[in-house]
Design a protein around this ligand. Structure first.
Ligand code: NDP
Length: 317
């Protein structure tokens, strides 16, 4: 049991470390709020699993996700931001100061909290997907694609992520199947064109995944084409890797008892602001944004969250 003296008091606690968390860290430290960032399960966030980022202003030649996140962290640390390993496992946002538990034991009292926990890739929910997780099933082509060099793989999804992952894998693998449940891609025109002109990507239109098979990791996949129509039929493909790219789930579970969310779990903020329904608790980045989900919009909302935290703390004193 920690005594009162062991409980650390923090003026501005930032939970999560993608572009939103680190940008909040830069602004909060420059405003002398002595912020502490808990980096979470994936320090640097989702962008550390991306290759090239070509659309962040100020990088005419592009930049890789890990480099950009490393630089954001360094920039925050330059102004005194305290970035730590650790996962927030419990909160009490009813009491003031707010109570936050890290890694199940360390307790922190925070005068303001900025939630920047991002979103996590969704899975289809198949039993076989669970069975092969880590041995053929992945939700991150840029993390795991390397293991499938010269092999055949499949990517599920029809959005920008799926097209980006398929294009990336096409540069490494012999063949990439893109499994799309509709007869069109939801991705941007530019992304669609990139996929359509890549010779070793084959799009399986109107296909749904039934199960993955294999003795030693994934060796095949059973699909249903034209599900629910008279043309419905079972299709088998031989693959070594299966990549999910069907969207994300916001990482808000630990806060949802206190903070209002929509039906998907995205934290609700007052329009145009990072303000949640709890005064002194702010949300920024993908955990509150089902629409834009870009590094630049996340960073901008991180800035807003830090500025609002500063105003809130000034009013408190
Ligand atoms: P999206 O929600 O845009 O797309 C998800 C895709 O997965 C859809 O095609 C959807 O099908 C499909 N899907 C969902 N559930 C299932 C399921 N159970 N079985 C089969 N297919 C399924 O997610 P993304 O992650 O692609 O993109 C999210 C946001 O991020 C978008 O706004 C996107 O533009 C942006 N983004 C931008 C990038 C860039 O600019 N470089 C890169 C990556 C993402 P259906 O169409 O049938 O619903």
């Amino acid at each position: 049991m920690e005594s009162k003296e062991d409980i650390e008091r923090v003026k501005c606690l930032i939970i999560g470390s993608g572009p939103a968390g680190y940008t909040a860290g830069i602004y909060a430290s420059r405003a002398n709020l002595n912020p502490v960032v808990y980096e979470g399960l994936q320090p640097g966030g989702q962008l550390t699993t991306t290759t090239e980022i070509d659309n962040f202003p100020g990088y005419p030649e592009g930049v890789t996700g890990p480099v950009m996140m490393g630089e954001l962290k360094k920039q925050a640390e330059r102004f005194g931001c305290d970035c730590r390993w650790g996962i927030v496992t419990d909160v009490n946002l009813e009491q003031r100061p707010f109570k936050v538990k890290v890694d199940g034991n360390k307790e922190i009292e925070a005068d303001s909290v900025i939630i920047a926990t991002g979103a996590t890739a969704k899975y289809l929910g198949l039993e076989s997907e669970e069975k092969y997780r880590g041995s053929g099933v992945s939700a991150c082509a840029t993390c795991d694609g390397f293991f499938y060099r010269g092999k055949d793989v499949a990517v599920v999804g029809g959005g920008d992520t799926a097209c980006e992952e398929a294009s990336y894998l096409a540069g490494l693998c012999k063949k990439v199947y893109l499994i799309v449940r509709k007869d069109f891609l939801r991705a941007s025109k530019a992304m669609q064109e990139r996929v359509l002109r890549t010779k070793n990507i084959e799009i399986l239109w109107e296909h749904n995944t039934l199960e993955l098979t294999g003795e030693n990791g994934v060796e095949g996949c059973t699909l249903i084409s034209k599900l629910g129509t008279p043309m419905e039929k079972e299709v088998k493909i031989a693959i070594d890797g299966f990549f999910l790219a069907i969207g994300h789930h916001p990482n808000s579970d630990v806060f949802s008892k206190y903070v209002d969310t929509d039906e998907q779990g995205y934290i609700l903020t007052q329009a145009g602001t990072p303000m949640t329904n709890v005064k002194g608790v702010f949300a920024c980045g993908d955990v509150q944004d089902p629409n834009y989900r870009q590094a630049i919009t996340s960073a901008a909302s991180g800035c807003q969250a830090a500025m609002e935290a500063e105003r809130y703390l000034a009013e408190m004193n």
